[in-house]
Design a protein around this ligand. Structure first.
Ligand SMILES: NC(=O)c1ccc[n+]([C@@H]2O[C@H](COP(=O)([O-])OP(=O)(O)OC[C@H]3O[C@@H](n4cnc5c(N)ncnc54)[C@H](OP(=O)(O)O)[C@@H]3O)[C@@H](O)[C@H]2O)c1
Length: 200
């Protein structure tokens, strides 16, 4: 399987680092173009390359790692998802604290993302963890970092869990994009910012 990131900041680079360590190829992208990511991909290693958003989004599994307000623009250039997996790492926040969360009414943040990526099989993941629990090796002496995720497509979940497990996390299925996504989102979701380890 090949991988892409839309967004190459703290979270995009952190996930790309795990993918490279596990021996996978990953294309990173941002809004300013591949030339601006030359140093970043050099640091990550030879299986990381920089591309356009369209090139990154052509991968079989794509990680969306942009700030909330940038989601519509970041997804606008992707012509068709055709069932590729989009892992939504975002939080509906316009500022640094959960107090800055965006109230979408009855729609969850993950449904908002799915609406902007028609045809993608969306998995919500990584958003419940602070960056310091995402970026380093998630395998600790006391156990592996729990990684909650939600989604509506069973096969996409299977693929995501296999990858999460391979890169060292302990995946935990929180349910559907709607119900699981609600449990995981900022602004009241009980799994948001819940950092825990699984022994083994
Ligand atoms: N940091 C955390 O602790 C944490 C933890 C869990 C989840 N999250 C969530 O993860 C997401 C990313 O957070 P982050 O901390 O990685 O943010 P960040 O460091 O600010 O990175 C955001 C990235 O998005 C890129 N970007 C902006 N507009 C874009 C566009 N139109 N198309 C493509 N790329 C675009 C930015 O690059 P350019 O500006 O150069 O385009 C940058 O590479 C957020 O939604 C955040 O809520 C963050």
């Amino acid at each position: 399987m090949d991988f892409g990131t839309i967004g190459a900041g703290t979270i995009g680079q952190g996930i790309a680092g795990h993918l490279v360590t596990a021996g996978h190829r990953v294309i990173l992208s941002n809004s300013r173009g591949p030339d601006t990511l030359r140093d970043t991909v050099a640091r990550l290693g030879p299986s990381a390359t920089a591309g356009t958003v369209a090139e990154a989004a052509a991968a079989e599994m794509v990680f969306l790692a942009v700030r909330w307000q940038d989601i519509p623009a970041a997804l606008a250039d992707v012509a068709a998802w055709d069932g590729r997996i989009l892992v939504d790492t975002t939080n509906q926040m316009t500022g640094p604290t959960p107090r800055d969360h965006v109230d979408l009414g009855s729609e969850t943040g993950s449904e908002f993302v799915a609406r902007h990526a028609p045809g993608a099989r969306v998995i919500k993941a990584f958003n419940t963890l602070f960056a310091q629990y995402i970026v380093p090796d998630p395998r600790h002496a006391e156990g592996r970092q729990l990684l909650f995720h939600a989604g509506d497509d069973a096969d996409a979940k299977t693929d995501f869990c296999a990858l999460a497990d391979e890169i060292g996390f302990a995946p935990v299925d929180a349910g559907s994009l709607r119900e699981g996504g609600r449990l995981m989102q900022v602004g009241g979701g009980p799994l948001s910012a819940l950092h825990a380890l699984k022994q083994n």
